[in-house]
Design a protein around this ligand. Sequence first.
Ligand code: NAP
Length: 261
Amino acid sequence: MADEGRLQGKAALVTGGAQGIGRESALLCAVEGARVAVVDLNLDGAATVAGEITAAGGEAIAIGADVSVDADVAAMVAGTEEAFGALHVLFNNAGIMHHDDGDAQQTSDEVWQQTIDVNLKGVWLGCRHGIPALRRAGGGSIINMSSVPGLIGGYNLAAYNASKGGVRLLTKSVALHCARQKYAIRCNSVHPTFIDTPMVKAMYEGSPDPAKTKAKLERQIPLGHMGEPDDIAWGIVYLASDESKFMTGTEFVLDGGITAM
Ligand code: NAP
């Protein structure tokens, strides 16, 4: 771990940290000197990631939580403050995508509710409990995971579009509230396109011809390939650090050029 990393002295909490974008973000935040709370529904997975960080000389804890449950979110924030004495960076990353998410007519009540509860309510609960903690720390950075489908629509993504579009504007509301109150808390949303994580692998590996399905997804991306988790995680390090100290209420788009079309 770096002695003078970009996040030296900061305590960070990453939800959905057991795998994919969350795991890579937790690892890179630690490489840059942050103490990291790795939070996930999957506590064993979170503990493995926290173990990787401590084995490399960093400081990390694992917490099991469901981000859609108010008491769990309160406990994950309290647990982080207790372990590290403060919370400066909150990455509300945990999210789900149902592969049978459908168009507005097909979407089931269950898919709608679960998608909104985890992807949108989970982010709101993170902000609600995170803001007082970041204030106690003297300020900090909240990073909310949206998506390219939080910026543009898809005919068959009704619930996912609604949840991620909601995160985009919730983030602006949080940013303006914190600025108005002079809390020294910034809040930005992140908008990746297809990143090769377990969530996206499940989309193409479960198809009859995985290579063909993957190629079809990649043809939509001007750079010609999917992103890797670190393509997003380095963006998270930037938003978490003081390098982005004048940035709040913005949409950080990491999409291989998709939304340029
Ligand atoms: P992933 O590989 O599926 O990892 C997500 C992690 O979040 C999993 O460990 C999962 O645990 C956990 N999780 C799910 N529901 C949770 C809950 N209610 N409370 C706490 N943890 C929960 O996903 P990813 O691809 O890294 O995506 C991370 C975020 O980026 C999501 O919000 C996703 O919508 C967004 N995103 C992803 C992409 C992409 O292409 N990958 C693109 C744009 C945006 P379990 O495995 O136990 O469920």
